[in-house]
Design a protein around this ligand. Sequence first.
Ligand code: NAP
Length: 254
Amino acid sequence: MRFENQTAVITGAGSGIGEAAAKRFAKEGANVILAGRTKEKLEKAARKINAECERECAHIFPADVTDEEDVKRLAQFIEDKYGELHILVNNAGGSVHSKILETTVQQWKDVQDVNLTSVFLVSKELARLLMKAENGTNRSIVNVASLSGHKAGAHIPHYSAAKAAVINFTKALAFELAPYQVRVNSVSPGFVETPLTKPGLKNERFAQSIERNTALRRVGTPDEIANVIAFVASSEASYMTGSDVLVDGGWLIV
Ligand code: NAP
């Protein structure tokens, strides 16, 4: 029970990697707050988590993490309900495929907003709650970046740029929060089967090319990423801050 009596916020927790991370934190004793835009998705995920908990450990908070007012309301909700925060996982994100010459300025801005600005905004508003937690307790932010932040992906120029920026923003934030004993790291998944990638994986040629390019010859599962997020967030990683952990099935070594 690595997260007993700890409170964790996971953004984009209604599906995929975020849902798996919320499930993992709750299983190990945390109170989890699932944030995302679609209430029904959050309710479904929370129901599943609570069914496995002996208490009501999952709460939902519908919010758009690119909206400053929504994020401020999220911070207020946590402060009122729990008083302090131990873990923040900035996981919400996504992209659309488009070639650089065909990418509109609005598409560019939208992808920066959801993948990068949201990480800044949520970290900024929730940092004071992490800084408030009792001295000596585990306190940590984990940002979900991407393999694309290390190696630019084809036809996702905006996403590749945003995720590379998340990795470097993580280091800047780690430096600022270190005096408060709040650790900040990122986890960079490779190709994982989630609602974000499922449509592409239905294309057999595309799925085969992913397998060919991955040393382990398969896509990852949300749980395999959640396991690493949980380790990085836990006190087992107490001397780790400003780092990025690549979990890509060996994509970069092929
Ligand atoms: P997913 O299932 O689509 O999860 C993304 C979640 O983010 C959704 O539940 C979505 O819910 C939420 N979200 C999107 N925009 C939001 C906003 N403005 N405010 C609040 N919530 C928002 O996809 P996933 O694959 O698990 O992605 C999770 C993270 O992993 C993302 O940051 C993604 O870039 C990263 N990643 C994924 C892969 C992969 O292969 N799957 C690889 C590398 C990195 P709502 O639409 O209901 O808000």
